[in-house]
Design a protein around this ligand. Structure first.
Ligand code: TRP
Length: 455
């Protein structure tokens, strides 16, 4: 079928099933944020104490904004710029901002996706077996500083993403997510069972989950809200774009609930898959790249049948990164299709090239450009800072304003109840949270994340 013909404004593709939509949205949400960030910040911010604060944040604030963004997107029935600006053109600006930010995010997310392919290959060819942390660190250092090699794996990762997007919403995104997400879950369960049954795993479970309220400070709350935001792919146009392809009959509140539950479950389980194993081998969990690409491989390298578990882990990691990346690319591809005569295939290829070029600075920041700093941040961290600390909270704030202060309440009610076809008992609670509480919290998060306000 000819894509240009197919995807006009009044005859857009739609997700075929509710399951497919939820898998796609959950695929966007479940990503590096769940595997890297969550286990680590939980340990640092008081284990179980943080988990409790996080659960409250994600169910109250995360779910609230996720629903807001899905409602904006489905009501718009178009790209993210059109969606935010549908009743007030000035709000096209956050639409553009989210599209730029999500493209920047993709440009460095891809690089990490590429790393997982490299590590998978290293693992199955036995090159990581039996190495201690110092040796794996050397492998890691040599790899990431070899920029042409990293570029190659980044391109492979991005190519898979591009192919899925070219296939379209149902044949590409929906199909891939419906297969990948359940498989990802199975792989994760295998890893959890292995990890918690290792001798000495208990200490890791304790570090991870024992509530330590003495570590809870003001910044814990900001970290919890920030994590809820990042892990649900909020403030970046992804939820709005996916929802624009959802049938008007489906229930947005229940899709939101399913997504939040799946994402939270995966985050909690990822911690159980990683931390007990790390402690069982007497190492302390590092942050960020170190945890997944240095500590873990050395742990796997020493475990019986570690090669198999390591391979499973990197496939799991690849799947999680891929389904998130897909949703990032779709944001700008949808925009191009809706606003130009360029078809899906060309749009996907053009955007992939843009993303690759944009990815050069963060990629080089592990190599020859490692000395370059802007505002005191390396290039990779600078990209992350712009996306996570500046753009996401601002776009989230704009979403809350749009749906509660720009739209008529009736319009909002109509969209969130699918014109009265589905029940939404908590409408008033959600509406008031979005209207009054969320904006204040997001301003607070923005001010602390950017260092304007210190707590
Ligand atoms: N939710 C993703 C994760 O946990 C990260 C993410 C943030 C994202 N914003 C996004 C993914 C937008 C896709 C689209 O890793």
């Amino acid at each position: 079928m000819n894509n240009t013909e197919f995807e006009t404004k009044d005859n857009r593709e739609q997700f075929k099933s509710r399951f497919g939509f939820i898998m796609a949205v959950a695929g966007s949400a479940v990503g590096l944020g769940n595997i890297w960030r969550f286990p680590y910040i939980t340990g640092v911010h008081g284990g179980g104490a943080f988990v409790i604060i996080y659960l409250v944040s994600i169910f109250i604030i995360g779910a609230t904004i996720a629903l807001t963004e899905m409602a904006i997107g489905r009501h718009g029935g178009s790209d993210v710029v059109e969606a935010y600006g549908q009743y007030d053109k000035r709000f096209k600006i956050p639409g553009y901002l989210s599209m730029i930010a999500v493209t920047v995010l993709l440009s460095f997310y891809n690089i990490i996706g590429g790393w997982s392919i490299y590590y998978f290959i290293q693992t199955i060819s036995g090159k990581l077996t039996g190495l201690d942390a110092a040796q794996v660190e050397a492998v890691f250092g040599n790899f990431v500083s070899n920029s042409p090699q990293v570029a190659l794996f980044t391109i492979i990762f991005l190519a898979v993403n591009t192919i899925v997007i070219i296939k379209g919403i149902t044949e590409g995104i929906e199909k891939v997510s419906s297969i990948v997400m359940p498989s990802l879950f199975v792989l994760l369960i295998i890893l959890v069972i292995r990890s918690v049954t290792l001798p000495g795993a208990k200490e890791g479970i304790i570090w991870y989950l024992k509530p330590d309220f003495s570590k809870v400070t003001g910044s814990t709350f900001v970290a919890a809200v920030g994590q809820a935001f990042f892990t649900l792919s909020l403030g970046s146009g992804a939820m709005a774009t996916y929802a624009s392809y959802l049938s008007k009959d489906e229930s947005l509140p229940s899709a939101t609930a399913s997504t939040v539950i799946i994402d939270t479950l995966v985050a909690l389980l990822a911690g159980l898959a990683i931390l007990p194993a790390v402690f069982a081998f007497g190492v302390s969990p590092g942050e960020g790249p170190g945890l997944v690409f240095v500590t873990l491989p050395s742990v796997f390298g020493q475990m019986p049948f570690g090669t198999i578990f390591s391979a499973i882990f990197f496939v799991f990691f690849f799947f999680a990164a891929l389904t998130s990346s897909i949703s990032m690319l779709e944001v700008s591809v949808t925009y191009i299709i809706e606003n130009t005569n360029i078809d899906r295939k060309k749009a996907a290829i053009i955007m992939s090239i843009v993303v690759l070029l944009l990815g050069i600075p963060p990629l080089m920041s592990f190599g020859n450009w490692s000395h370059i700093e802007i505002f005191g941040l390396g290039l990779f961290d600078l990209y992350d800072y712009f996306v996570s600390n500046i753009s996401m909270p601002l776009v989230g704030l704009a979403g809350a304003i749009v749906i509660c202060w720009v739209w008529d309440k009736e319009v909002t009610k109509d969209e969130t109840t699918s014109s009265g076809k589905v029940e939404f008992k908590l409408f008033d609670v959600w509406y008031n949270l979005t209207k009054y509480v969320v904006p204040i919290l997001l301003i607070f998060v923005f001010l602390t994340a950017t260092g304007i306000l210190r707590i």
